[in-house]
Design a protein around this ligand. Sequence first.
Ligand SMILES: [Zn+2]
Length: 342
Amino acid sequence: MDYLIKNAVAVASTGFSDARDLRIRGGYITELGNALAPTQEDPETVIDASGCVVWPGLVNTHHHLAQSIMKGVPEGLNQDLGGWLSSVPYRFWPKVTPELMYHAARLGLYELIRSGATTCADHHYLYHSTTSSELEDAVWQAAEELGIRMVLCRGSATETGSHEGMIEHKIEPESIDQIIDRLDTTRKKHHQAGPDAMKKLVVAPTSLIHSSSPEGLKAQAQWARENKLRMHSHLLEVDFDEIQAHKRYGQSAIDYAESCGWLGKDVWYAHLVHSDAHAIERLAATQTGIAHCPTSNCRLGSGIAPVILMAEAGVPISLGVDGSASAESGSMLQELNLTWLI
Ligand SMILES: [Zn+2]
C-alpha cells in the first residue's frame, strides 16, 4: 500500500499542478511534489512514471458484468432496447452459471481497470425465486481478487412483465419478502460502511415501471434507508417508461418515482435519456443522480440524455459503461470520449 510514484509528465486531480511525484501511504496520497526522495526508515515501492500521466481512479456507475460474455450477438444487431433485451441478455440469462458469471465478471472488470477505473457499480439482476446465491458470490469474488472497489447494485423484479426469457424458461419472480431477506443476508456478509469500503451493497430493482409494484418499491426504499444503503435503477432509457407510467399510474415516470420514495441524494438512475424539463427540475431539487451511458444509448438508438441541461440545473452527473452486450465495450475512456463528442 506504500508507493512513491516519480517523474510523471503530469499529475491530474481536479486540475494540473506542477507536481511530478506523489507519495502514497496506506492507500492515501500523503505528499505531492517534485524530486521526492524515497524514505529510508519505511521502505516503499518506487514506480518510475516517466512518459505517463497520473490521474485519479475513474468510477463506473452502471454496468452489467454478466453481459461481458454476450458481445457481438448477431440477433441483437439493429434492434431497439425491447428487441435487443429479448434477443440477447434475457435469452442468455437462464444459461448463466456461477462459473460463467465468475469469468464474465473478471473479464468485465479487467476491461474497466485497463481503462483507469478503480470502482465499479454492477447492476446485477440475475435473481428469481429459486436463484442460487453463488451467482452473486461470483461477482464479489472476482472483484476481491482483482482489487477493484465493488458496488453491487442488487437487482430484483416482482413481476415478470414482458421478460420473454423468464416466461419461456418458466422462471418465477421473487416475492418482496424474499428480496428483502436475501438483501439482508448479503448486507451482513459483504457490505462495508465508510469511505474506505471495498464492497458496498445497493438496493436496485431492475425497472421501476415495468417489473416492480408501488408497494415493493416503497418497502425496498424504506429498508434501504433504515440500513443506510443507496438506491439505483433504470429510468427513462426509452419513452416507453413515460407512456407506461401514465397508463399504469396516471402520472409521469419521475412523479411516480417520487411518490414511491425513489428520488433523493441517495438515489441515482441509469440513462434518464427521456427527461423533460419537469423531470430535470425534480432530479435537481432532490439531488437524484444520473449514470450517463452514451455508448449504449447510441447503440440501441435510445437517444442522447440531456446532460448539459442537467449540469446547468445542478443534477449530479456520473458516467457508466452499461453492459457490454449493448456497449460492445467496457471502457471508461470510451464513455468519456463519446460524452465529449456528443
Ligand atoms: Zn443497464
